[in-house]
Write a protein that binds this ligand. Structure first.
Ligand code: ES4
Ligand code: ZN
Length: 326
């Protein structure tokens, strides 16, 4: 069987996916028009051409602007549903979706509008597309901890719909320790925890995510390779990394895919998973991320199967459910 087909058809879970990052230019234009919002770019092509980034911040500036077209429950529904159709095509069986409530509540969109639209699409997807799901609410780390705390309090009204909390946005200068209290409260309320760390930031930020925030997974974490004792800790405790190869290339974390440290992490026995991060902006969904790695590192079918298995093992699902997939 052709490797492309093998990668497409193998059941997989996606664990690092920002729903706002699945907003394709076509959808962005359609929703903007419907909501009477003017876009700086006069065509889909021009907008897509603007998707050239030199670091995380240059991407975030465009990403937050794009998310500004989302206003109504149906906008969030449509966004999520379109992603699920892509996931279905790529045989993604389980998704753990990040959303950034503060990106929307800061613009006056109610928390309830955001979560209801996203959750309805995910529920329909579970029923009609057979894709199971979890929702992870991320705090924007460039904002003060007090605002993250307010967001957590708002989320308590939707407790049954949210599995975990995460930490995203501009990493440099915003260490995980800044959010110690809000993560402590989240854990006490029964939420799972994850955090972006070691994407651009130093290995110390990964240590802080593990020790201060007590996360179950690290999002990105590629800079762990710079710290031998951290690598030992990740291996010993089998703390998964949700790696996003195409994202790392687009944001210039690595010069090109062959320079990516994925293979070193994988060969050293870290529980690595492959994910798409913000696929509408980074040029590929999860299959394209697997394919990029397979091409660059000549991965075997066994390697691909191991990565797919890791994705279920690292998921926030019961052992029984993992056993059904693996
Ligand atoms: C993100 Cl790639 C990345 N890093 C940090 N925060 C983010 N939010 C959306 N994509
Ligand atoms: Zn991310």
């Amino acid at each position: 069987m052709d490797m492309n087909v093998f990668i497409r058809d193998i059941p997989k879970a996606e664990l690092h996916l920002h729903i706002e990052g699945t907003l394709e230019p076509e959808t962005l234009f359609r929703i903007a028009q419907r909501n009477g919002i003017k876009i700086k770019f006069d065509s889909v092509e021009k907008l897509r051409q603007a998707y050239r980034f030199n670091n995380l911040q240059s991407f975030l500036d465009i990403y937050y602007e794009g998310a500004g077209v989302l206003q109504h429950e149906t906008d969030f529904y449509e966004l999520t549903w379109e992603y699920l159709l892509k996931a279905k095509d790529q045989n993604v069986r389980h998704v753990e979706i990040f959303f950034d409530p503060q990106t929307h509540t800061e613009r006056g969109i109610p928390f309830e509008t955001v979560i209801t639209g996203i959750y309805q699409a995910l529920s329909d997807g579970a029923r009609d597309l057979n894709i199971s799901f979890c929702l992870i609410m991320c705090f924007l780390r460039h904002l003060p901890e007090s605002e993250a705390m307010e967001t957590l309090l708002q989320a308590l009204d939707f407790r049954d719909k949210i599995t975990g909390v995460g930490l995203d946005s501009s990493e440099s200068g915003h260490p995980p320790s800044k959010f110690m209290r809000v993560f402590e409260k989240a854990r006490n309320e029964g939420f799972m925890t994850v955090a972006h760390a070691g994407e651009e930031g130093p290995p110390e930020y990964i240590w802080e995510a593990i020790q201060d925030l007590k996360v179950q997974r690290i999002d990105h974490g590629v800079r762990a390779l710079e710290d031998k004792s951290l690598m030992n800790e990740l291996k010993r405790r089998q703390i998964p990394l949700t790696v996003c190869p195409l994202s790392n290339i687009k944001l210039c974390v690595f010069k090109n895919i062959r320079e990516h440290n994925f293979k070193a992490l994988f060969d050293q026995g870290v529980c690595v998973t492959v994910n798409s991060d913000d696929p509408a902006y980074f040029g590929g969904y999860v299959v394209e991320n697997y394919l990029a790695l397979q091409n660059a590192f000549q991965l075997t079918r066994n390697d691909i199967a191991q990565l797919a298995m890791n994705s279920f093992n690292a998921a926030f699902i019961s052992q029984d459910k993992k056993d059904m997939f693996i």
